[in-house]
Write a protein that binds this ligand. Structure first.
Ligand code: SAH
Length: 241
């Protein structure tokens, strides 16, 4: 059995009981170092296979091989494993195998949801997730999605917003969305949501400070009815109050 587990944003209190149970039931834990570290105290009696970033394919292939030996293996991702996590890759590999390997995808609290709860209620209405990482997606595709999401007035949650190697992507993303998003549109920024060192900033589209954003940050851009009050970002559902 392979459990593909989303462990949530980091803090133990955000892990589901199903995730905790699946980790307990596993013989081997496979994952990227940072995520393994987050659950270190839960896996002291387990065999652990960890490697660095950008080794996703090797890591998942290893998990499939271990499962073929008859062991129960947990592949851990942060947040939800089905949102820019390992669930898709594991299933893609498993469907290619002759073996009848069972896979259980265990959901987790994804970063956008964790950040939204810190900000108030910014994603109450239709929203989308867009990753600004062009490692696996051509940048032209990302630009098109940003433009159309802004035109359609979605609340936009930006994953992988800004790394050292891609420091300009976020500013460019704002330039593109700025065609349709007003300067007064609320923007919420949460660094390390739901884990130690959490930081929250609320500003507007025009006063956005790109420098405070890094790779453990979630950026949420509101829609036309999103407003800021009492240090909260709120997108009305449409009720008359
Ligand atoms: N599977 C993960 C996402 C992995 S992509 C999930 O469902 O949350 C990695 C990106 O997620 C980061 O660049 C950052 O934008 C976001 N992220 C992950 N954890 C976060 C956290 N605790 N706080 C803020 N953003 C986070």
């Amino acid at each position: 059995m392979i459990y593909v587990i989303g462990i949530g944003p980091g803090g133990k209190e955000y892990m589901t009981l199903e995730a905790i149970e699946a980790i307990k039931n596993s013989d081997v834990i496979v994952g990227y170092k940072t995520y393994i570290n987050l659950i270190e105290d839960m896996i002291s009696d387990k065999e652990v296979v960890q490697n660095g970033m950008r080794k996703e394919i090797d890591r998942c292939k290893m998990a499939v091989e271990i499962a073929k030996e008859g062991k129960d293996v947990a592949v851990v991702s942060s947040g939800d494993s089905g949102i820019y996590g390992m669930a898709g890759l594991i299933l893609e590999l498993v469907v290619k195998e002759d073996d009848d390997i069972k896979v259980k995808v265990v959901p987790g609290v994804t970063a956008s949801i964790a950040a939204a709860s810190v900000l108030g209620a910014p994603i109450m209405h239709d929203f989308c997730h867009i990753s600004l990482s062009d490692l696996l997606t051509p940048w032209e595709v990302i630009e098109k999605r940003l433009r159309l999401a802004a035109e359609a007035d979605f609340v936009v949650c930006l994953y992988n917003p800004r790394s050292k190697g891609r420091s300009e992507h976020l500013a460019r993303a704002f330039e593109i969305m700025g065609e349709f998003k007003d300067g007064s549109t609320p923007v919420g920024i949460v660094k390390d949501a739901g884990r130690e060192g959490e930081e929250k900033y609320i500003c507007t589209f025009d006063t956005m400070n790109f420098e405070i954003v890094d790779m453990t940050t979630m950026v949420i851009v509101g829609n036309k009815s999103t407003f800021i009050d009492k240090d909260m970002m709120i997108t009305p559902r449409g009720y008359t109050v």
